[in-house]
Design a protein around this ligand. Structure first.
Ligand SMILES: Cc1ncc(COP(=O)(O)O)c(C=O)c1O
Length: 466
């Protein structure tokens, strides 16, 4: 009997039963048939509470919101698609204006894309173009944290410092520079990360560095972790000294997830380029974007006047109409404010629900982006052995308990252990949030029992990152 069968994991569609090219041929994928608010319904009759906005921190307004569906249908009837190369359109114009006015007044321009990887590709090119336009063509290198994820296209994958996601595509990826993440475990002050930044700047030559690229609060790669203020202060000082740009990937954190429209608004400085995605279309259309401040735009506007980079669906009327409807809901229902107000107590409730579990090392996060770091219960400090793959265990057991969460199997990266992310919809009711936490706590208690059984007789804890 396999581990999955032992845990009684529901059967879904297996690779042999589908024409779809599955992500993991070993897995059976449950088939979702309907979503309503934070509830997902599967073909085999399950009702699952969605504590992760569709699994990828996207559906931040829940599922099946009629108002957004109707806005999409109305737009599709009027005009769904034209190519940005030939036309602009009213929805793109309006969304750009309202996004910058309402959500990101510090930014001057936005280029819309479909997905987060495309937005980060756009940011990457923009950072390079900015320097070239200013006659500084030696700058091309990017520095980013080693424990990060910025997308699946080759350019964005190269930005992602995680060795485990590079896999056998490393040959295709330009060798950007990575520094260890300043985690509370290894670098609580951020000094080690800054020293590593100085080292890579020195080795590469600071005059060759185009940008520092990171998430202000991590999503999947290091759930809900934010570097300490000392790191940010040091980073800004180095930007001023060396002339590189700071690019923030806010694909996860943008559009209210951390309790402000953008997470950078909680920091005492402004990044030069910011990407957003996921919550911008909130799961009703693929929609993302790269925004920049005035000086970045000016470099191109007063230079070649050409930023000739784009994807087929950039700024099309249908996704932009969805983005406008999402923005309307966020504003009219005061949902960014709700996340800001409710986030701290939600985190406390999560801490409370998990208290006493020896497999939990830390609960952290801001707004409705919460992270739980797992630990080897034998010493309460070391990451769990990679072979246990606690991340997959948590997701499966949680699903069995009727709650959807997303975990990251970070141990193979060498910096941190398994972690779980919770990112419920901003409009989840207090009762729904409480039910999510109850189910998750029950799941983690079961995970703890299983982990202890697996560890019995295993080698002693590693005493550091696995
Ligand atoms: C922080 C971050 N950046 C970029 C991406 C890539 O976005 P997409 O999958 O829409 O291309 C993701 C996806 O999970 C992400 O979490």
């Amino acid at each position: 009997m396999s581990d999955e069968e032992e845990r009684g994991v529901a059967r879904g569609i297996r690779a042999a039963e589908t024409s779809v090219f599955p992500r993991f041929a070993e897995l059976a994928y449950p088939e979702v048939v309907r979503g309503e608010g934070v509830r997902l319904y599967t073909r085999d009759g399950r009702e699952v509470l969605d504590a992760c906005s569709g699994g990828a921190m996207v559906a931040s307004l829940g599922h099946g919101m009629k108002r957004i569906v109707e806005a999409a249908a109305a737009q599709a009837r009027e005009i769904a698609y034209v190519y940005n190369h030939h036309f602009t359109n009213a929805r793109q114009e309006e969304l750009a204006r309202r996004l910058l006015d309402t959500a990101a007044p510090e930014m001057a321009r936005v280029r819309f894309t479909s997905g987060g990887s495309e937005a980060n590709e756009t940011a990457l090119r923009l950072a390079r173009a900015y320097h070239v336009e200013r006659g500084d063509s030696a700058r091309f290198r990017i520095v980013s944290p080693a424990q990060s994820y910025h997308g699946a296209t080759m350019g964005s994958l190269a930005l992602s410092g995680r060795r485990s996601v590079h896999g056998h595509y490393a040959e295709y990826l330009p060798a950007h520079l990575h520094i260890p993440p300043s985690t509370s475990r290894d670098d609580p002050t951020g000094e080690a990360a800054l020293a590593a930044l100085d080292r890579v700047l020195e080795e590469a030559g600071p005059e060759t560095v185009a940008a520092f690229f990171c998430e202000p609060v991590s999503g999947a790669a290091l759930p809900a972790y934010s570097p300490p203020s000392g790191f940010w202060e040091g980073l800004v000082e180095r930007r001023d000294r060396h002339g590189f740009l700071i690019c923030f990937d806010e694909i996860v954190t943008g559009m209210g997830r951390t309790g402000s429209w953008f997470a950078y608004q909680q920091l005492p400085f402004e990044p030069d380029i910011v990407t957003c995605g996921k919550g911008l279309g909130a799961g009703y259309a693929p929609l993302a974007g790269a925004m920049c401040r005035q000086h970045v735009y000016d470099a191109i506007a007063s230079g070649s006047r050409l930023f000739d980079h784009g994807h087929t669906w950039d700024g099309a009327p249908l996704p932009c109409a969805v983005g406008l409807a999402v923005l309307d809901v966020l504003v009219e229902e005061g949902l960014v404010e709700r996340v800001a107000e409710r986030g701290p107590s939600l985190r406390e409730e999560l801490e409370q629900a998990l208290s006493g579990l020896e497999v939990v090392r830390e609960v952290r996060g801001r707004g409705f982006l919460l992270g739980v770091e797992l630990v080897d219960p034998r010493d309460g400090e070391s990451p769990l052995p990679a072979a246990i793959d606690a991340a997959a265990l948590v997701d499966d057991v949680a699903f069995d308990h009727g709650v959807l969460v997303t975990s990251s199997h970070s141990s193979p990266d060498g910096f941190t252990g398994d972690q779980t992310l919770l990112s419920p919809a901003y409009n989840a009711s207090d009762d729904e949030l409480a039910a999510m936490l109850d189910r998750f706590a029950a799941a983690l208690a079961e995970v703890e029992r299983t982990v202890k059984q697996k560890l019995a007789g295993a080698a002693a804890p590693a005493g550091g990152a696995a």
